[in-house]
Design a protein around this ligand. Structure first.
Ligand SMILES: C[S@@+](CC[C@H](N)C(=O)[O-])C[C@H]1O[C@@H](n2cnc3c(N)ncnc32)[C@H](O)[C@@H]1O
Length: 274
């Protein structure tokens, strides 16, 4: 065991990530002392199993996705992203997917959101997931800068009963948000360029786009661990770290960072409590 884990009063790790961290800490300590024995290898296997098993277990315990969402996900995987739009850096890994999509659906239901705004649509998985939850009288306005990926999403929406509830706006999201002035949304999902997150939140909170008791859901707020200094620094990691700090210091809001997938922060105005 590591010195930290055996110290008197040290909390015992009781979550998968906590146990994983303690096991890796222990194995690293043994390796650095040149004492990586069979017991150390067992702990390494335990760490591997904890990490490898987590996502499949989340998938298995989450309500299955609709046939429309499954078809959209398949289409996204089959698309040749290397040649897409002459190579814009879009890739299949951008798709949020089953578990995150189900969380968004649940949030739409729980907040009874009828008007939803998405900033960063890609092939439309999260837009369609939320559209399926808004009900017949609901709508999703989805912003996307890449015209080709927007066309692909529209094709997918056409094959789904809820696709008609999605209003795709092609262009830089900042322009679309300006054009939407005067409208308000019950739930906003932010999932576009990370350097733009701070301005998007300002437009939502100060520009009136977030309706009364509205909820903002921001994706990738762990940014592959770069947000809290794990791994080599990256521009996106720095942008997300600055965004997270600004949200934490903003007295107008209350927020929670949920460590699902690459991190999702849920933000709401506290002024409305008064
Ligand atoms: C991570 S993907 C979105 C994934 C999508 N929400 C999903 O669940 O599948 C980010 C998308 O934001 C788009 N994007 C990047 N910068 C943008 C901008 N300034 N305005 C609008 N869309 C932007 C990208 O083209 C990309 O399709």
């Amino acid at each position: 065991m590591t010195p930290a884990a055996t110290a008197p009063g040290a909390p015992r790790p009781v979550t998968p990530v906590g146990i994983l961290a303690a096991a890796l800490d222990d194995v690293l300590d043994r390796a650095q002392r040149g004492a990586l024995d069979a017991d150390g290898l067992d702990r390494l296997r335990e760490a591997r199993d904890l990490a490898v098993g987590l996502d499949p277990y989340l998938e298995r315990c989450t309500t299955p996705e609709s046939t429309g969402l499954a078809a959209l996900a398949r289409r996204t995987v089959e698309h040749d992203w290397r040649t897409h739009s002459g190579g814009t850096g879009l890739e299949q890994e951008m798709l949020s997917g089953h578990v995150e999509g189900q969380l968004l659906r649940t949030l739409v239901h729980a907040t009874r959101a009828r008007s939803v705004l998405e900033i960063g649509m890609f092939t439309g998985y999260s837009a369609l997931a939320m559209a399926e939850a808004v009900g017949d009288d609901g709508r999703v306005v989805a912003c996307e800068v890449d015209a080709d990926v927007a066309a692909l999403a529209r094709e997918c929406f056409a094959g789904s009963p809820a696709g008609g509830r999605i209003d795709v706006r092609v262009g830089p999201a900042a322009d679309t948000l300006r054009a939407l002035a005067g409208e308000s949304f019950d739930l906003v999902f932010v999932d576009a360029d990370k350097a733009g997150y701070a301005d998007y939140l300002t437009a939502l909170l100060d520009g009136g786009l977030l309706g009364p008791r509205g909820l903002v859901v921001v994706d990738n707020t762990l940014m592959q661990g770069r947000a809290y200094g794990a791994g080599a620094p990256t521009a996106n990691g720095a942008a997300i770290a600055a965004f997270n700090d600004a949200v934490a210091a903003d007295p107008r809001v209350e927020q929670v960072l949920v460590p699902l997938r690459d991190g999702m922060t849920l933000i709401r105005r506290v002024e409305e409590d008064r």
